[in-house]
Design a protein around this ligand. Structure first.
Ligand code: SF4
Length: 391
């Protein structure tokens, strides 16, 4: 075992997931200890989770009454992160609706789980993984079912369930804890009271997860913390991120009478760069239109040169020669040589013609097939003083 694995702090699914989204954000949060801001969806999730736990946490059936459950909900409501009291009330009422439906469904099929909020420490080749499983049931078959409660908006798709890292880790933890096979994995969608289930992971997926955990731990040990933009950017620490930090530098007040701060000079340079790019684009359009005017004039008048006050523009129609695939195939296929230039790769055909081994008559036949395959007008300028000036 690598010695550093013993020194690394235990990792959780959340940490691994955050490291995979953005290693720098992981470092800022879990190594530098910066605090995340309160988020309403964390508060909402925690409030409902504690009620689900309360519902199942009885030493014998029946579960608590709906009234008791809703009182528990009120007492344990987390109010952090909401934008306004109105928004908080909306979610608080919504949570009550969810719990009432949950109670109606599950008081009817109530049974006491094997474990609730079960903490675990999983060893992955020397790396400790820690976490909590919301609920584990024992099935009639003797195997286990692992259930995780979620307050996500969207229902979980089959692909999501099949790839979900958290469920894989929970399966590994449950099998290590109880020495029994996990037979079903479930993400329970609380908003719709839907159990989204999938079969357990096979050996290959477990092995892949072990490798992933080791890779993340290895990168953390090697202090690899690149900022990686993702769907959650900006995170709570933009002032520490190379993608956003400049906004904070540029916003800093500039002392009177001093040269612009480097951050502000760079901000001006970005705008100058953008306007120069726009100018180049506009000039290129004008250049192309003017060239086209001269070319059309030369073509209409049958001229190869037109004169300006100080410059002359020379016109030539440049032709490109090549071969038609059908014609070449008609010559080479009957003599068994078509595969040498299959698909009429012009560079392979060139090599074929240059090859001394190619019979002279075949070479001649092919050469006779050379046609003009495209042409384009070329224009170049000279100073009228006689000095050549290629523009
Ligand atoms: S804002 Fe920067 S540090 Fe934060 S998640 Fe995005 S890339 Fe990472």
């Amino acid at each position: 075992m690598h010695y550093w694995r013993k020194t690394i702090r235990p990792l959780s699914y959340t940490q691994i997931s955050l490291y995979r989204s953005c290693p720098l954000c992981y470092k800022l949060q879990y190594i530098d200890g910066l605090k995340q801001k309160d988020k309403w969806y964390f508060s909402f999730g925690t409030s409902l989770h504690s009620c689900v736990e309360r519902f199942f946490k009885v030493s014998a059936p029946p579960p608590p009454s709906l009234e008791e459950l809703l009182q528990f909900y009120d007492r344990n409501w987390k109010s952090g992160g909401y934008d306004s009291p109105e928004e908080e009330k909306k979610y608080r009422d919504f949570g009550k609706e969810i719990l009432s439906r949950f109670w109606t469904i599950h008081q009817a099929d109530f049974h006491i789980p094997v474990a609730l909020e079960k903490s675990f420490y999983l060893d992955v080749d020397g790396i400790k993984l820690r976490g909590f499983m919301d609920r584990v049931d024992k099935l009639d078959s003797g195997g286990l079912a692992v259930i995780d409660y979620k307050t996500n908006k969207e229902l979980f798709t089959a692909d999501y369930l099949a790839d979900d890292l958290q469920l894989t880790i929970y399966q590994m933890a449950a099998e290590q804890t109880w020495r029994l096979p996990v037979e079903r994995l479930t993400l329970y969608h609380l908003r719709s009271n839907t159990a989204c289930s999938c079969p357990p992971r096979g050996k290959a997926q477990i092995e892949q997860t072990r490798r992933l955990v080791l890779e993340v731990a290895d990168n953390i040990a090697q202090q690899k913390f690149p900022a990686t933009e993702n769907e959650f950017c900006p995170c709570d620490f933009p002032e520490h991120c190379p993608y956003y930090r400049h906004q904070y530098l540029a916003a800093a007040p500039q002392p009177a009478g001093q040269a612009p701060l480097p951050g502000i000079a760079a901000a001006d340079a970005v705008e100058r760069y953008a306007s120069l790019q726009a100018l180049i684009k506009e000039m290129q359009t004008q250049l192309e239109e003017t060239k086209q005017m001269i070319v059309e004039f030369c073509q209409n008048q049958g001229l190869n040169r037109v004169f300006g006050g100080e410059h002359e523009a020379n016109y030539k129609l440049v032709e490109r020669a090549g071969f038609s695939e059908d014609e070449v195939k008609a010559v080479l296929e009957p003599v068994g040589l078509w595969e040498k230039v299959v698909g009429l790769d012009q560079s392979r055909l060139k090599q074929f013609l240059a090859d001394e081994a190619t019979a002279g008559d075949i070479r001649k036949k092919i050469e006779s097939l050379r046609r003009i395959t495209s042409s384009y007008p070329q224009l170049w300028l000279k100073k009228r003083t006689g000095e050549e000036e290629e523009i």
